[in-house]
Design a protein around this ligand. Structure first.
Ligand code: C2E
Ligand code: CA
Ligand code: CA
Ligand code: CA
Length: 280
């Protein structure tokens, strides 16, 4: 038992070293990743349950690291936020998502809504409103087709600055949604303070929708409340037809998740869209 305990300890420490080494590699590489064009956006479909069609997409950032391969955002967004690099990276994401939306439109694809994730730091530093305006103008994207996903970490910065920025974004005409809705302890507060358009029901409530009556009740309550407030709802993390059916019965407006399509490269997304048979 002692021996295996020691092996477990050795394994544990070497794993920790590997993680720490990776974090160092990420931290040192991040500063030059933009100029080296190592970022890429993947696109995941968002399906409207009324029409059964793909009406939108969420842009999800990945880093093509020269040594580590494709690095998911949870590994480097925090590092980017701590170093401030999230500001130029976030600007790139907005520009690139708008560029791609315009390229798809030029190629004859139907116009879709484009959802982009924002970090709290982009509200504190950088010129978010100007960045958004410039991207829309440069790529001739109608403002209502751009949807900005806000999380609680943005909204709890209870400064007038955040509220003013949100108001300015709304007045440009872009859509706003609250990401991971239900996971923040005071999510409800934002609803009466902010003029948002959509709630994204967090995937943790969708996961056990069919097995856990509490989760089903929460999802139902969120959808009912959203309807009363005239907000749209989208459920994320939909992985099977049972979850889809339950969400349809509960009159959720939109769904997103592996069952409808994984996040994918732009060309794959265009093919996915072309091959898509409306849900019935
Ligand atoms: P999020 O905004 O909540 O995005 C949803 C995450 O769930 C994505 O992970 C997506 O790939 C994953 N997902 C989608 N469908 C399913 C499903 O059916 N089942 C399960 N289990 N997962 C699913 P991803 O791409 O690794 O992104 C993780 C987080 O990183 C995002 O969570 C978002 O908070 C952040 N992020 C991604 N792109 C950006 C960005 O451009 N800027 C900022 N600031 N954050 C970003
Ligand atoms: Ca999101
Ligand atoms: Ca989410
Ligand atoms: Ca999340």
């Amino acid at each position: 038992a002692k021996e295996s305990g020691r092996n477990a300890f050795n394994f544990f420490t070497s794993q920790m070293n590997a993680d720490a080494t990776q974090t160092l590699m990420l931290r040192s590489g991040l500063a030059r990743a933009l100029e080296r064009q190592e970022f890429v956006l993947h696109y995941q479909p968002q399906v409207d349950l009324e029409t059964g069609r793909i009406m939108g997409t969420e842009a999800l950032l990945r880093w093509k690291h020269p040594d580590l391969g494709l690095v998911p955002p949870n590994r480097f967004i925090g590092i980017a936020e701590n170093s401030g690099l999230i500001v130029p990276i976030g600007e790139w994401v907005i520009q690139e998502a708008c560029r791609q939306a315009a390229a798809w439109y030029e190629a004859g694809l139907p116009q879709l809504t484009m959802a982009v994730n924002l970090s709290a730091i982009q509200f504190k530093r950088g010129n978010l409103v100007e960045t958004v305006e410039n991207a829309l103008f440069a790529h001739r994207i109608p403002a209502p087709l751009l949807e900005l996903e806000l999380t609680e970490s943005i909204l709890i910065q209870d400064t007038d600055n955040v509220l003013a920025t949100v108001d300015r974004l709304k007045s440009i005409g872009v859509k706003l949604s609250i990401d991971d809705f239900g996971t923040g302890y005071s999510s409800l507060m934002y609803l009466h303070r902010l003029n948002v358009d959509k709630l994204k029901i967090d995937q943790s409530f969708v996961r056990d929708l069919n097995d856990d009556p509490d989760d089903a009740a929460i999802v139902q309550a969120v959808i009912q409340m959203a309807k009363s407030l005239k907000l749209r709802t989208i459920a994320e993390g939909v992985e099977n037809s049972q979850q889809l059916d339950a969400l349809r019965r509960q009159s959720c407006d939109e769904v997103q998740g592996y069952f409808l399509g994984h996040p994918m490269l732009a060309d794959d997304f265009a093919r996915h869209l072309a091959d898509w048979k409306p849900l019935t």
